[in-house]
Design a protein around this ligand. Structure first.
Ligand code: PHE
Length: 336
C-alpha cells in the first residue's frame, strides 16, 4: 500500500488530483483509515504490530502529502503569475457617465447667441390655458386660425401648449410697462401624425422684443445675426410674407441651405432654402393684451424649432431619432 500510495502521489500534478489522492488514502473512507479500522478484527497478538505499521504509514503519507502540496502550490503560483498578469500601466476603461441630449446642446448654443444680443431666457408653462395659447394671441374661440395648431386638450379650457407664443403674453404681463427682450424655450405638443419631419412633442424657442422704436429691420438683423452665428458667417437670409394671427406683418424666415449653399439638395428639398423661423411684428391687439399701448410701443416676435436646427447642423434626416432613445444615435453627440 505504501508503494502504491507514494507512486500515485508522485503522479498527482495539481491541487485537485492531490485532494483526490488524500481522500483516497487518508480520508474518512480512505484505504489507510479502513485498514486501521479493520485492526480490531485481527487476532489479539497481531494487533500491536498492525497498529504500529498503520500509524507509521499514515504519518509518512501525511508528511509526503504536505511536501507534495508545497511543490504543487509553488508551480501553480508561478503559472498564475505568468498567465494572470495585469498590466497596471494600461489606462483604465472610462465608465460612460451619460451625455447631454443633442437638443439640449442646440438650445444651449441658441441661448448663448441670443444672450449676446441681450435676450434673456424666460420660462413659461407647458400646460396652458386656452386663453393664453389662443385667445390673448388674437384667436377668439371659433377663430379659423386655430386650425393651424392641432391641439391636445387637457380639459375644455386647458391645453398642452401648441407653441411657445403664450410665453410672449406671460412675459409681457410680467415686464409691462418696461421694455422686453426674452427668448422662451421649451416643449410644445401637437396632436399630429408622427413622421420623419414632425413629432407630437418638440421644442420651440420663442423670441420677443418690445420697445419704443422697434421695426421689422430689427427683426431682420436679429434673424441674420442668429443664422450667421449658428450656421456660418456667409449665410444669406430671405423673408417671405406669411400669416399668423398674433403678428402683422408676418413672415417666414429662410436661410440659404448650408449643405449645398443654395444649389439644391436633399436637406433643402431642392429649393436652396431652409425655413428657420416664423416671425413678425407683434400685433397691436396682442400688445394691448400684454398691457402695452400700441401707439407708443412696438415689437417683434419669432418662433424657431431647435429640432430643425439640430437636423440641419448635424445632417439628421428624421426627427424621430431625437426621442427614439437609441443610444447609438445619442452617443454621437456631446459626451460629458
Ligand atoms: N407660434 C408660431 C408657430 O408655432 C411661430 C411664431 C412665433 C410666429 C412668433 C410668429 C411669431 O408656428
Amino acid at each position: 500500500m505504501e508503494q502504491a500510495a507514494l507512486s500515485s502521489l508522485a503522479a498527482a500534478t495539481n491541487s485537485e488530483e492531490l485532494e483526490a489522492w488524500h481522500q483516497d488514502y487518508l480520508g474518512r473512507k480512505g484505504k489507510v483509515t479502513v485498514f486501521m479500522r479493520s485492526i480490531g478484527s485481527l487476532p489479539a497478538e497481531e494487533r500491536p504490530q498492525a497498529g504500529q505499521a498503520g500509524n507509521q504509514l499514515r504519518l509518512l503519507l501525511e508528511e509526503r502529502h504536505t511536501a507534495r502540496q508545497t511543490e504543487i502550490r509553488e508551480v501553480e503560483l508561478a503559472r498564475a503569475l505568468v498567465e494572470e498578469t495585469i498590466d497596471v500601466t494600461l489606462p483604465g476603461r472610462r465608465p460612460w457617465t451619460g451625455g447631454l441630449h443633442p437638443i439640449t446642446l442646440t438650445l444651449r448654443r441658441m441661448y448663448a447667441i441670443f444672450a449676446e444680443m441681450g435676450f434673456q431666457v424666460y420660462r413659461s408653462r407647458e400646460v396652458e390655458s386656452d386663453l393664453y395659447n389662443f385667445e390673448l394671441l388674437n384667436m377668439p374661440p371659433e377663430h379659423p386660425a386655430r386650425d393651424m395648431w392641432d391641439t391636445f386638450y387637457v380639459s375644455d379650457s386647458v391645453v398642452l401648449r401648441t407653441h411657445t407664443s403664450p410665453g410672449q403674453m406671460r412675459a409681457m404681463r410680467d415686464y409691462c410697462p418696461e421694455p422686453v427682450r426674452v427668448i422662451v424655450p421649451g416643449k410644445c405638443y401637437r396632436y399630429e401624425q408622427v413622421t420623419a419631419r414632425s413629432e407630437f412633442m418638440f421644442h420651440q424657442v420663442e423670441g420677443l422684443a418690445i420697445g419704443t422704436d422697434i421695426t421689422l429691420a430689427d427683426l431682420k438683423g436679429v434673424m441674420a445675426t442668429f443664422a450667421r452665428r449658428m450656421f456660418g458667417p456667409e449665410r444669406q437670409m430671405r423673408f417671405r410674407a406669411s400669416y399668423f394671427p398674433f403678428t402683422e406683418p408676418s413672415v417666414e424666415v429662410d436661410m440659404d441651405c448650408i449643405i449645398c449653399g443654395g444649389e439644391g439638395c436633399r436637406v433643402c428639398k431642392h429649393t436652396g432654402w431652409v425655413e428657420i423661423a416664423g416671425a413678425g411684428m407683434v400685433h397691436p391687439t396682442v400688445l394691448r393684451n400684454g398691457g402695452y399701448d400700441p401707439e407708443q410701443f412696438s415689437g417683434f416676435a419669432f418662433g424657431m424649432g431647435p429640432e430643425r436646427i439640430a437636423m440641419i447642423l448635424n445632417d439628421v434626416d428624421d426627427i424621430r431619432y431625437f426621442y427614439g432613445n437609441d443610444l447609438r444615435f445619442l452617443r454621437q453627440f456631446g459626451n460629458l
